[in-house]
Design a protein around this ligand. Sequence first.
Ligand code: BTN
Length: 212
Amino acid sequence: MIHIVDNLTSTNAWLSKYNSEIDDVVLAIEQAQGRGRRGNTWESEKGGFYASMVSSKHELLPFIVGISIIKVLEPHCRDLNLKWPNDIIFKGKKLGGILCEDFGTYSIIGVGINLENKPPLEGTTNLSSHGIDFDKSVFLASFLFHFDRISSLSSKEIIEEFTKFDCLIDNEVFWDGNSGIVKSIDLDGSLVVQSKGQKINLYSEEVHLERH
Ligand code: BTN
């Protein structure tokens, strides 16, 4: 079932609270306590796209969601990228994010995209400032179509598709006082980085293109 709600705390929290079923979706016009990754807040004023869906578990869920978003936007925007593992990048700035939460037997995926809302943080952007208008229900319908299709691909195909768009590949990245060159993404979704003469796999680190 697809629910459209004016205002709620967080679409991810709402779906987990109301014992939803696989494929249930909620789209909110605004969120009072939108959640980002790592306990961050996701500013969610009117004008943005805020939706969540209950999904079967899949090791590569954030990748499937990321590729689906790219497929929705690609006909309308040039210069789109993904940034491993959860960011949507437009013209070098963060356009949106993905929050996948594991609930044991199922997962909840949350998608936030800056449409007309003005994201407050430096290094972020929205579509309307580039003259691109997007209707939320059109976005949602197209997303669900692509999500269904991409979910049925093999892990190898999903990683290959994600890699085409990932802005980290072949670049130097910095995390937790370390640095290295990104070589690839493994089939389990980890980032393969060449660092201090050896290849290492990063699983959930906050990885930056600039030294922090
Ligand atoms: C990130 O930190 O980049 C992930 C942001 C995810 C935000 C979306 S908005 C819809 C859904 N509901 C939430 O509370 N968060 C996600």
